[in-house]
Design a protein around this ligand. Structure first.
Ligand code: FCB
Length: 468
């Protein structure tokens, strides 16, 4: 088999998020985010840890940029910690916070690496949660102010400006299922949050373009790859329902300026949607240069027709169905192995299908994979090597899958491996390792895994290495 070659100028990057790697939570005037608060709550984080130190990238970014340079990647997707920029409720800008990102961006540019910036990767300033968080409409306006501050500061040194990372997780894991900060079990609030995240995106893009009219604008969605347990109408209907609440709830407002009336019908017992004001959808739909897609695994569901169905209040407290407002009659099937350390299944073909489905709906839209990767129980061997053949196989299969999507005509321009290095994996703490580099949390050493060497060959040659 010939080795797959990627289009010229293809972006090979790595991705991280501020709270997962930075540490330095009290440095230079940063104040707590909802994740600092959530981590302090008993039982919220599997290993009882927090992001106080994480990978200490706040202090070690020059070394990390050097690693990226050696790795041969040409882009780095990172996020900005809002509480570093506006640490207090009055919104006054903290120059020291800005300076950090300015230094990071310059370091990257010097190394020939394009900065791809996410403005919001989940670390809401705690003072905004004290006002109600995303269910409070004002937060969307505060987000736009913050976005404008950042674009004024970093401007065209940034390759791509992305508003939000995975609003699905923000709204549903944060406000419905409660496994993420702020840890609430409130389905009505989660849908309000969803709408206000859309509004924040639209207002954010307007704020970015008011400073930088030609900015490359983006948002990152973890589009769910949903499959029915059977081909019955009931099971296909379950998939269609989840498609509306998981994917279309973002895609339609952001790209088409509308919500699906059927989404309102599906969730009428949860909320009346009166928080959607006239004009909101016109605010939400703004020019988008590229859609970021995060992909890890798939979900298989069936319609539960049993008599005893949970109410949405009950569902909110039970298992994963709690993360899906209005989906009380849907059952989630256990994933089929081999699973990753997260308990997620591996299905590269579904990534090709997902990209084709998005492309068929929005043929002119440029796409990037802004996250893809896998956690495995990596260990440093006696030879000081980290052999992670399962991660290499996962990467190879998923990169082949995006190659097939490109062959089929999808305008996919980049791929970001999650993650540059092992880091704080939210509610799972430090036990789940997603990095290309192994992080020794005792010494803060970064150790090359085999997957990093494999990715290095790929990124440097722009073709898939042989031997996998
Ligand atoms: C995604 C998040 C990212 C990381 C990966 C494993 O949902 O965006 O921060 O935790 O999952």
């Amino acid at each position: 088999m010939t080795q797959r070659v990627f289009p010229e100028n293809f972006i090979w990057g790595t991705a991280t998020a501020a709270y997962q790697v930075e540490g330095g939570v009290a440095a230079d005037g940063r104040t707590p985010s909802i994740w600092d608060t959530f981590c302090a709550g008993a039982g919220n984080i599997l290993d009882g840890s927090n992001g106080d130190v994480a990978c200490d990238q706040y202090h070690r970014y020059p070394q990390d940029v050097q690693l990226m340079k050696e790795l041969g990647t040409n882009a780095y997707r990172f996020s900005i910690a809002w509480p570093r920029i506006q640490p207090s409720a009055d919104g006054v800008v903290n120059q020291k916070g800005i300076d950090y990102y300015s230094r990071l961006v310059d370091e990257l540019l010097q190394a020939g690496i394009s900065p791809v910036v996410t403005l919001y990767h989940w670390d809401l300033p705690q003072y905004l949660q004290d006002l109600g968080g995303w269910p409070n409409r004002d937060v969307a306006y505060r987000f736009a102010e913050y976005a404008q501050v950042m674009v004024r500061a970093l401007g065209d040194r940034v390759h791509t400006w992305s508003t939000l990372n995975e609003p699905w997780c923000v709204a549903y894991l944060g406000y419905a299922e409660g496994s993420h900060a702020p840890g609430l079990h409130d389905h009505p609030a989660s849908l309000r949050a969803a709408h206000h995240l859309n509004l924040a995106h639209g207002l954010g893009i307007q704020a970015i373009r008011s400073v930088l009219p030609d900015a490359r604008t983006s948002v990152t969605l973890n589009l769910q790859a949903l499959y029915p347990a059977s081909e019955t109408e009931a099971d296909r209907g379950a998939v269609a329902q989840l498609q509306r609440v998981a994917n279309d709830i973002w895609l339609l407002p952001i790209l088409e300026g509308r919500y699906d009336p059927q989404l309102f019908a599906d969730t009428a017992h949860v909320t009346d949607w009166s928080f959607v004001k006239d004009q909101d959808l016109a605010e939400v739909k703004q020019p988008l240069s590229v859609l970021g897609v995060n992909y890890y695994s798939t979900t298989t569901v069936r319609r539960n027709l049993r008599a005893q169905l949970p109410s949405f209040e009950q569902a909110a407290k039970s298992d994963w169905v709690g993360a899906w407002p209005g989906a009380e009659t849907i059952e989630f099937l256990p994933p089929v192995g081999p699973l990753t350390e997260m308990g997620w299944n591996q299905n590269p073909a579904a990534l090709t299908e997902l990209l084709l489905a998005v492309h068929n709906r929005y043929p002119a839209l440029e796409l990037m994979i802004t996250e893809n990767g896998s956690a495995f129980a990596d260990e440093v061997g006696p030879d000081y090597q980290v052999h992670d053949p399962k991660r290499v196989a996962y990467l190879a299969a998923h990169i082949e899958a995006i190659g097939q999507a490109i062959d089929a005509g999808v305008p996919l321009t980049g791929y970001f491996a999650w993650s540059l290095l092992d880091n704080f994996e939210w509610a799972f703490g430090y036990g789940k390792r997603f990095g290309l580099f192994f992080t020794d949390y005792q010494t803060q050493e970064r150790i090359w895994k085999d997957s990093a060497r494999w990715y290095q060959q790929l990124a440097k040659a722009n073709r898939v290495p042989s031997g996998v």
